[in-house]
Design a protein around this ligand. Structure first.
Ligand SMILES: [Zn+2]
Length: 218
């Protein structure tokens, strides 16, 4: 994902091929969500996806699809696999949706969100159900993603570059990150650097990890 642009995966979608493709590829126009799932599985980080309820099954299936492929690739059976948590942004499910109107009152939304403490998750991401039929891409094949995860590096050091430290400092102040969230951000950034086989945690690793703490739905 990080080395190729989305356009590289753009294909003219053949509906027959699409219907027979894996759950991972059926999750269209959600490269950002898929990348978050990749990082979650690579580092066993807890993950919550927020999206309208019609996406729930697809998102969970895509996650399990990738997880099974990684286990197969590593030839190991994981006893207690991490599971993806899916939440709708509000009771009706359409808050923040670009073309369906949310019918909830602010009080209902606050009540809905106070039930779930989203900030305990290492990775938070919003999924989109928006389809642009002029520009559909199946995205990267799940086999390639599973291979990248199973062959990733496993550095245990937390050496970070100086610009990364500045970025973290900014995030702590702007996003009011707690100590727990800061540690979680660093662990996620470690995994992202591992996926690139980089011993040093660089600024773009940190900034991706911060993105997973900074969703618009709060
Ligand atoms: Zn709503």
């Amino acid at each position: 994902m990080s080395t190729k642009t989305l356009d590289a995966y753009e294909v003219k979608l053949d509906l027959g091929t699409f219907m027979n493709s894996s759950p991972w590829q059926k999750l269209l126009n959600n490269e950002h969500t898929k990348r978050a799932m990749e990082v979650s599985i690579a580092g066993m980080h807890s993950i919550a996806v927020i999206g309208s309820s019609d996406l729930k099954r697809l998102v969970i299936d895509a996650y399990n699809d990738l997880f099974e492929r990684v286990c197969k690739e590593k030839k190991e059976k994981v006893e207690a696999p991490i599971k993806l948590n899916f939440y709708s942004p509000c009771p009706c499910g359409y808050f923040g949706d670009s073309f369906r109107e949310c019918t909830c009152t602010p009080a209902q939304i606050i009540k809905h969100r106070s039930k779930v403490n989203l900030w305990r998750f290492d990775i938070l991401v919003e999924a989109t159900s928006r389809l642009n039929f002029n520009k559909l891409y199946l995205g990267e094949a799940p086999e390639a993603v599973a291979k990248r995860i199973s062959s990733k590096a496993t550095y245990t050091t937390f050496r970070i570059s100086s610009d990364s430290a500045a970025l973290l400092d900014m995030a702590v102040n702007k996003l009011f990150l707690s100590q727990y969230q800061l540690e979680s951000t660093l662990k996620v950034a470690r995994t992202i650097a591992d996926l690139e086989d980089s011993e040093i945690i660089k600024a773009h690793h940190i900034s991706e990890a911060i993105q997973y703490k900074n969703i618009s739905i709060r």
